[in-house]
Design a protein around this ligand. Structure first.
Ligand SMILES: O=c1ccn([C@@H]2O[C@H](COP(=O)(O)OP(=O)(O)O[C@H]3O[C@H](CO)[C@@H](O)[C@H](O)[C@H]3O)[C@@H](O)[C@H]2O)c(=O)[nH]1
Ligand SMILES: [Mn+2]
Length: 645
């Protein structure tokens, strides 16, 4: 492969058209793009080096540690009850509460960045339901432990007794779900419900989700001798927190929420290990501390260790009640607590970057912590991935933007990481950090060669030339390699082909916007935000998703770009096909073969876009405004190019 790449470079460098010769500019651009692709390819090779597979030996671990298990604090984050429905959130909470782990060593914290009484109500309901759910899980060794995932799987009862309990659990779950959903429909918590729990009175001072006091409620206090499940066994501690928010104070998104939780939990349960899950990551299988999404577990352990100075942990006195404790701790989650401290810088999770997990992870790896990749056959966690293109593109914009910011920041793998983490690791980081700039050569490659087709100018070697070979080799090798890897990890050919689509769409829209926004951020005229991904889709859209139809539906700038590029390639392709068929015949496809292939491939990849632009009638199609804009822009670009070149 590397030989092929170098040969392409040589061909490009040696054969540059002379000044005033046709296609000189286009050629030089391609040289730059191919240099970039080649170097980027070298970086990506780091993902394939030194592969290590890890296995756990649960029996040995439990023999060694059974009586000496560390305390575990699980942090669940949520931020918006409309796009992260409370029922989903409490399913995540219940799934971690039901871990097969000594309850007195397990505590679950829910951070609610929306400060929503609806989410609080749902958690209150969950705390009651857990008294049935946890013993049920343990008795019948239930898996998955998220109630909704378990009930949807329509489990077969083992015997008559199980059947009875299953019916009861189902009923209790449905009733709880109904109560939460009717409250959500009503849009507020009824007076009757408010009177059920003193915690609701905290909302009397609530003005908006960006302006409220700290709401803190220990719903289940592990120390309380009365906190027992229906079989009389202890329950894990369960805490609700909505940190204080004021419009004039930046809340630092999820990183801010996590840091408040780190401080609070240190004073409540102070578990040695912190596990962080998003509100949509139902835990389906708990493999004794070693199951993790990304590197959550070890990452947060480290945070606790380097995060707190002794002053911030005070031990709870035996006689201190949950109420007194709550009042004492509220200050730790106030807006001003972190002023003039190292929180968000050298303490806890880092602020100012939309991928707080990556920047924090990298910086502590540089301090000598080792990460472990563990990917068991049975997944430890499953999260909700976006089901519409729009949402996918937004999520990837946040990630690629955050990663590029890291590359340009003080914590850049390129200089901060140099010599601190091993070179393969560093290169791996760089592949992600370069996602956003990667968009430029891709855009170039998907625009310029196609436009040159219109004028019949060749930018690639002819089929009969020996230089054709390295191109053919690199193209075939790259595609085969990615297909084989895709199939090997359990995918299908169609899946791979669709993956290539999304791969291109992300590069030409998300990454481009991320790149532009990062430049704006650099010159100080934009602030990067954390746009939360929607975890619900409407019924129609979900049906289309199931039928494997791509979901557009809105008029977004990213769609306009994608549609215009698709139009441009379609026009160029039609133009050149006309040429091949009519006047020039054989000569054209001899000299322009690779270019036609590239353009044809782009047209094939863009097929769902043409359908969405012209053929579809459902709500998931591209709106007419996008159709108009893209047809205009496509035609405009092609006409300008043919006339002025
Ligand atoms: O102001 C905020 C914004 C988000 N969140 C929570 O952060 C989590 C992740 O948000 P989501 O919109 O689901 O983003 P994803 O892209 O799916 O999340 C991935 O990427 C994020 C960084 O961009 C990481 O924080 C996540 O752990 C990782 O799963 C969710 O539980 C949110 O509720 C907050 O608590 N406060
Ligand atoms: Mn998510």
């Amino acid at each position: 492969m590397s030989v092929g790449i170098v040969l392409i470079w040589i061909y490009r460098a040696v054969d540059i058209p002379k000044t005033r010769e046709e296609g000189r500019l286009g050629w030089i651009g391609l040289l730059c793009a191919e240099l970039w692709f080649g170097l980027y390819w070298v970086l990506t090779q780091s993902h394939r080096w030194n592969r290590i597979y890890r296995y756990t030996f649960k029996d040995r671990l439990s023999q060694r540690f059974e009586n000496n298990l560390p305390g575990v604090d699980v942090f669940v984050c949520t931020a918006d009850p409309t796009i992260e429905p409370p029922v989903m959130v409490i399913n995540t909470v219940l799934s971690v509460m039901a871990y097969d782990y000594p309850p007195e060593k397990l505590s679950v914290y829910l951070s609610d960045d929306a400060g929503s009484d609806l989410t609080f109500f749902a958690l209150l309901e969950a705390s009651k339901f857990s008294k049935h759910w946890i013993p049920y899980c343990k008795k019948f060794n239930v898996e998955p432990r998220s109630p909704v995932a378990y009930l949807i799987s329509e489990p077969d009862p083992l015997d008559a007794n199980h059947a009875k309990e299953l019916t009861l659990i189902k009923k209790l779950y449905k009733d709880m779900e109904n109560r939460i959903e009717s409250a959500a429909k009503l849009g507020r918590i009824s007076e009757e419900v408010r009177l059920q729990h003193k915690g609701f009175s905290q909302w009397n001072s609530f003005s908006s989700r960006r302006d409220h006091d700290t709401f803190l409620e220990i719903l289940i206090d592990g120390r309380d001798p009365d906190a027992k499940d229906v079989e009389g066994r202890a329950l894990p501690t369960l805490v609700y927190l909505a940190r204080e928010k004021r419009p004039q104070h930046h809340h630092n998104f999820k990183a801010g929420a996590m840091n408040a939780l780190i401080r609070l939990s240190s004073n409540i349960s102070n578990g040695q290990i912190i596990l962080n899950v998003d509100c949509d990551m139902s835990s389906i299988y708990w493999n004794w501390l070693l199951s993790q999404k990304r590197y959550s577990v070890w990452k947060k352990v480290q945070v606790r260790k380097i995060g707190l100075n002794g002053k911030e942990i005070t031990t709870r006195k035996t006689e201190e009640s949950a109420n007194e404790l709550e009042e004492r701790l509220k200050g730790l989650a106030s807006c001003t607590y972190e002023y003039n401290t190292q929180w968000g810088k050298e303490m806890g999770l880092k602020y100012g970057c939309p991928v707080e997990d990556v920047i924090t992870g990298l910086s502590i790896q540089c301090k000598g912590w080792k990460s472990v990749y563990f990917n068991p056959e049975r997944k430890a966690f499953l999260g909700v991935a976006p089901t519409s293109l729009d949402q996918t593109l937004v999520q990837h914009k946040r990630w690629s933007e955050g990663d590029l910011q890291i590359l340009l920041s003080k914590y850049s793998p390129a200089w901060y990481g140099l010599g601190k983490i091993n070179p393969g690791h560093l290169m791996g980081y760089c592949t992600y950090c370069l996602w956003a700039p990667n968009s430029l050569p891709f855009l170039y490659y998907s625009i310029v060669p196609s436009l040159y087709l219109l004028n019949g100018i060749s930018l690639f070697p002819q089929i009969s030339s020996p230089w054709f070979l390295p191109f053919a080799y690199v193209i075939i090798a790259e595609f085969t390699c990615s297909l084989v890897e895709f199939l090997w990890s359990g995918g299908t050919v169609l899946g791979w082909w669709n993956d290539q689509r999304i791969w291109l769409y992300k590069r030409t829209s998300s990454y481009l916007f991320a790149f532009v926004d990062t430049i704006l951020w650099l010159i100080g005229s934009s602030d990067s935000a954390f746009v939360i991904t929607t975890k619900v889709a409407d019924q129609d859209a979900y049906q289309r998703y199931k039928q494997e139809m791509m979901e557009f539906g809105t008029d977004s700038p990213m769609f306009t770009i994608l549609a215009s590029l698709a139009m441009l390639n379609l026009i160029c392709f039609i133009g050149v096909v006309k040429k091949v068929v009519t006047d020039l015949g054989i000569a054209v496809h001899e000299t322009l073969a690779l270019q036609i292939l590239l353009c044809g491939l782009l047209v094939a990849i863009n097929f769902p876009l043409y359908q969405a632009l012209f053929l579809r009638k459902d709500k998931g199609k591209l709106p007419n405004s996008v159709t108009a804009k893209s047809v205009f822009l496509g035609l405009f670009a092609c006409t300008c190019f043919t006339f002025f070149y």
